[in-house]
Design a protein around this ligand. Structure first.
Ligand code: 2PG
Length: 250
C-alpha cells in the first residue's frame, strides 16, 4: 500500500495575532515572529526529508507568504502553488478587527468562546455596505456575490472548504502526489474535522498552533493512518494553550 502524504500548516503569527484581534478575511501580513515560524516550518520539513509535488493555499497574504517561505527552505520554487478563497480563514463577521480580550471583557468569556469555537453559531454579520464585506473588495470581484460571506460559523467554513478538498486536493493525493496545504486556524480545523471524523463537540476543543507542520499519512481511500505534529509535545502544548487563551478577558 502506498501511504499518501498530506502536510497541513497554519500560517505563522500575523500582525493581528500579535495584537490579539479577530482577523478572519482581513488581509494582514505575517509579523517577524510569523516569518521566522514559517521558515522554521520549512527547515523542520527539510530536516525530516519531506518534499512536495503541489501546494495549496488561500488568497490571504499571511498564508501565501507562509507557503513561499516553506517552499524557499525546501528549494521547491518550481512546484505549482494553487490559491483559493475557499481555503481562507473563517469570516469573523462584525467581530473582525476587534480585540479578543476586550470583546471578552465586554460580552463575557463564555460568549466569546461560543463565537470562536462553537460549530454552528456565527458571530454578528456585517452589513452589505461595510468595507469589510468581501463583496466590496477587488480581490473577490470575480466571484458570484452569493458565495461571499457576511459572517461564518465553522459549519459554514467546512461547507465551502470541502468542495475544494474533494475537487482539487483529494485528486492529487489519489494520484500519490505529496501535498502541502498552508491555510488558517479555522479552515484547517474544518479540514481536520473531516479527515478525523471528529464530532462537533471534539472540534470545539481543537486549537491549531501557528507555523507547525501537521503530517497526515493517509491510506488509499484517504483515511488517516496516523497524524502528528513536527514539534515536541511540551512545546506544542504551550502553543495550543496560548491559542485557547486568546479569547479570555485578562
Ligand atoms: O482571528 C481569527 O481569524 C482566528 C485565527 O487567528 O482566530 P481564532 O483562533 O480566535 O478563531
Amino acid at each position: 500500500m502506498v501511504v499518501k502524504t498530506l502536510v497541513l500548516v497554519r500560517h505563522g503569527e500575523s500582525q493581528w495575532n500579535q495584537e490579539n484581534r479577530f482577523t478572519g478575511w482581513t488581509d494582514v501580513p505575517l509579523n517577524e515572529t510569523g516569518k521566522n515560524e514559517a521558515k522554521a516550518a520549512g527547515e523542520v520539513l527539510k530536516e525530516k526529508g519531506y518534499s512536495f509535488d503541489i501546494a495549496f493555499t488561500s488568497v490571504l497574504k499571511r498564508a501565501v507568504h507562509t507557503t513561499w517561505n516553506i517552499l524557499e527552505e525546501l528549494d521547491l520554487h518550481y512546484i505549482p502553488v494553487i490559491n483559493s478563497w475557499r481555503l481562507n480563514e473563517r469570516h469573523y463577521g462584525a467581530l473582525q478587527g476587534l480585540n479578543k480580550a476586550e470583546t471578552a471583557a465586554k460580552h463575557g468569556d463564555e460568549q466569546v468562546l461560543v463565537w470562536r469555537r462553537s460549530y454552528d453559531v456565527p458571530p454578528p454579520p456585517l452589513e452589505k455596505a461595510d468595507k469589510r464585506w468581501p463583496g466590496n473588495d477587488k480581490m473577490y470581484a470575480h466571484l458570484p456575490r452569493e458565495v461571499l460571506p457576511f459572517t461564518e460559523c465553522l459549519k459554514d467554513t467546512v461547507e465551502r472548504v470541502l468542495p475544494f478538498w474533494f475537487d482539487h486536493i483529494a485528486p492529487e493525493l489519489m494520484r500519490d502526489k505529496k501535498v502541502l496545504v498552508a491555510a488558517h486556524g479555522n479552515s484547517l480545523r474544518g479540514l481536520v474535522k473531516h479527515l478525523d471524523g471528529m464530532t462537533e463537540d471534539a472540534v470545539l476543543k481543537l486549537n491549531i498552533p501557528t507555523g507547525v507542520p501537521l503530517v497526515y499519512e493517509l491510506d488509499e481511500e484517504l483515511k488517516p493512518i496516523k497524524h502528528y505534529y513536527l514539534m515536541d509535545e511540551a512545546e506544542l502544548k504551550k502553543k495550543m494553550d496560548a491559542v485557547a487563551q486568546q479569547g479570555k478577558a485578562k
